[in-house]
Design a protein around this ligand. Structure first.
Ligand code: CAA
Length: 417
């Protein structure tokens, strides 16, 4: 029997504070409907300098290990996908290994390609296990980022931060991946980037949306070709994309998932046998189907709307939101996942939800993690945003959490709660 490999369990970590997106709109003199209906946001996580990509990754990985009874001696690989690391050389994964006192016998490294870094790590771990080289060991892949554009920028309402830790193994209780079906599309573009030394990303916002949609089309078509060849989907009464129970997208802001879904449907409508017989306008109208969006996408966006963009972790936050709400109902069903990283690369892959999904998501307790957050005023948000990145506030981390305490002689010192 072919080896099953995929995601066994997950855990999330988020900054302790957030702003209400309508408060941000009012403070910027913008109609709140632009941010709520126009972008699909409700709340936005606000990370202070003590909550960097290391502390969030360590908190998420600690939660994953504790809540799922993971034996660290059986973990052979620890990967952190991030585009907001804290050092040009030392890996976030090394910090996490040290903070969690993990054994020396594991490979540790970071993966970077904008928001795609987490998926690069997940695929490296999955293929390592599937190849047999892991010899039965598991991997931990953590996606951790702080999305930051700065005060009074167009990107400001699409900020956020957090981490999702994934346990990858031969017991994929959450999601067994369809290894070998993945479709990819990459191009050299300047849509979103962050020059060395800058805390805030530089972005060509509207162009970044068109790059995302362009790369999605290539990646989805690549996956579809393989999925058709393996008879995972087929051209028939329904479109191939419609044969997936749910589709998860990279979510820089929730409305982007709606645009992405329209684009994916357009690919199917254009390529379907006889598809070119209809007019482009008719295909575009059919691609926008509200019913399809509601059935396949909307239910995955609950956490993203409350946390904002988490770069590498955004699609995995959508996975957490989906399985938190529908883990039991989706058991045995196939879902599609579209990861996008600016610069750019997109990868479309699929997997089958495991029978243990609901049980595993109960361990993740995402509601409890969100309930501990504190809503802050615009004044407090702006104060936090102006804090220097090397001057963390002297706050005590909650039990099981980590915070940057100080930087001494260029070394980052973390406190454990
Ligand atoms: N009521 C309801 N809707 C309204 C409205 C109102 N009063 N006013 C405007 N809107 C709608 C607009 O019609 C628009 O919707 P559509 O796109 O469906 O037409 C939406 O609100 C946004 O309006 P604008 O396009 O005018 O907004 P903007 O130009 O100020 O900025 C943005 C939007 C480009 C996404 C900006 O926030 C940004 O640059 N964000 C960062 C970049 C980003 O997230 N890019 C995504 C692709 S790249 C990627 O995915 C990688 C990554 O993680 C960054």
């Amino acid at each position: 029997m072919k080896k099953q490999v995929g995601i066994e369990a997950l855990a999330i970590a988020v900054p302790r504070r957030y702003v209400d997106i309508e408060d941000l709109a009012r403070a910027r003199g913008v109609d709140p409907a632009k941010f709520t209906a126009g972008l699909g946001a409700k709340e936005m996580a606000v990370a202070d300098p003590g909550e960097d990509s290391v502390s969030l990754a360590a908190t998420a990985a600690h939660r994953l290990i504790q809540r799922n009874g993971v034996d660290p001696s059986r973990v052979g690989m620890l990967v952190v996908g991030t585009e907001t690391g804290v050092d040009h050389s030392k890996a976030v994964a090394s910090h996490v290994q040290g903070l969690l006192k993990l054994p020396r016998t594991m490979r540790t490294f970071d993966t970077q390609h904008a928001c795609y870094g987490g998926t690069a790590g997940l695929m490296a771990a999955t293929e390592w296990i599937a190849s047999g080289a892991a010899a039965g060991r598991s991997a931990i892949v953590v996606c951790s980022d702080i999305a930051r554009y700065g005060l009074n920028t167009a990107g400001e309402p699409t900020q956020g931060g957090g981490a999702v830790a994934l346990l990858v193994s031969e017991q994929p209780d959450l999601l067994a991946l369809d290894i070998g079906l993945n479709g990819v599309c990459s191009m050299d573009v300047y849509d979103f980037w962050r020059p060395l030394g800058r805390r805030e990303a530089v972005v060509d916002g509207h162009y970044s949306i068109s790059c995302y949609l362009d790369a999605l089309s290539g990646a989805y078509r690549g996956w579809r070709e393989r999925a058709l060849a393996h008879e995972v989907v087929r051209w028939g009464d329904s479109l191939p994309g419609e044969q997936l129970a749910r589709i998860l997208y990279h979510v820089p802001f929730c409305k982007m998932a709606r645009k992405a879904h329209t684009q994916l449907r357009l690919c199917d409508l254009e390529d379907a046998p006889g598809g070119q017989d209809s007019t482009p306008a008719a295909r575009e109208e059919a691609a926008k189907s509200q019913a399809s969006y509601e059935a396949q996408v909307a239910s995955s966006l609950g956490l993203n709307a409350r946390i904002g963009n988490v770069y590498t972790a955004s699609m995995y936050l959508a996975l957490a939101g989906l399985l938190h709400g529908e883990g039991a109902a989706l058991a045995g069903k196939r879902v599609g996942l579209l990861s996008y990283g600016s610069g750019c690369v997109a990868e479309f892959y699929s997997g089958v939800v495991g029978e243990g999904a609901a049980r595993r998501m109960a361990q993740a307790d995402v509601e409890e993690v969100l309930a501990k957050r504190e809503r802050v005023s615009m004044e407090e948000y702006e104060r936090i945003m102006r804090l220097a990145s090397d001057a963390p506030e002297p706050l005590t981390p909650a039990p099981g959490e980590f915070r940057l305490a100080e930087i001494r002689d260029h070394r980052r010192i973390y406190a454990a709660g």
